[in-house]
Write a protein that binds this ligand. Structure first.
Ligand code: NI
Length: 252
């Protein structure tokens, strides 16, 4: 398969330390045309930008993940002004792990949304078990440009998110056993609002589950989603790559 645009990956992860250069050099030969490498704190965001400087097909998002919210966003404005930093994130709320206090998560999420609006950057949002608070905060910033990544909500929640202007990011979870909700979302989401992602090195799809994930695994995700939508996997990859380019690179 070709025209793979992975809208969410973490190639800065220590799990790529041993062979990162080899993995990243090989991806374009395996059909990968774009990767958004998402930072999780300021240090990690700098690393993502460095990778984007080294590889034409890699673009960076800079932000503070809710897990790291207590470490703040000092220096984010400068990072977001880098020419290959095309989005702000990942940012959001995670009440599953609660690694940062919820009031701090909300304050840091809001501060990043304000900065993204000021600098006119699309946003990459992480939302886990925090649907009501996320919607409340996001509504203050609508209309938004961005993606709710690794979407875990119901079709009903999706119908709350789409009017805000956000895209829906789907990844390996659609291939998991018991993937009822993600597959319902995969079938119902308007094609022009769908992005494909791996969240590499996490969330490897079946049949790679448990292994280290990389962007080539999008093929398995695309096949599953294309099947429930009754379309060819390559057509889905093409449409989602166009969506990612339009959102992050502002090209048709
Ligand atoms: Ni992520």
């Amino acid at each position: 398969m070709s025209n793979i645009f992975d809208s969410h990956a973490h190639y800065t992860s220590p799990r790529f330390d041993a062979d990162r250069a080899a993995v990243l050099a090989a991806l374009p030969q395996q059909g990968v045309v774009g990767v958004l490498c998402c930072g999780t704190d300021m240090q990690d965001s700098k690393h993502a930008i460095k990778l984007a400087e080294q590889y034409d097909y890699i673009f960076a998002a800079a932000g503070t993940h809710p897990h790291e919210a207590k470490h703040g966003i000092d220096g984010l404005r400068e990072l977001l002004q880098h020419p290959k930093c095309v989005a702000a994130g990942e940012m959001g709320l995670d009440y599953h792990y609660d690694f940062s206090p919820r009031d701090v998560q909300q304050a840091v999420f809001t501060a990043q949304l304000e900065l993204a609006r000021e600098l006119d950057k699309p946003v990459v949002i992480h939302c886990r078990e925090a649907f009501a608070d996320s919607l409340r905060i996001l509504r203050d910033f609508a209309p938004l440009r961005g993606v709710m990544h690794c979407f875990t909500g119901s079709v009903e929640f999706m119908r709350e998110v789409l009017p805000l202007g956000l895209h829906i990011g789907l990844g390996g979870a659609v291939t998991f056993k018991n993937a009822r909700k993600p597959l319902e979302v995969a079938a119902a989401v308007p094609l022009e609002r769908l992005l494909l992602e791996t969240d590499a090195p996490y969330m490897a799809p079946v049949p790679h589950r448990g292994k280290r994930c990389d962007s080539t695994h999008i093929a398995a995700i695309a096949e599953k989603i294309a099947a429930v939508r009754g379309m060819a996997a390559q057509d889905l990859l093409d449409a989602c790559a166009d969506n990612a380019r339009g959102l992050f690179l502002c090209t048709p």
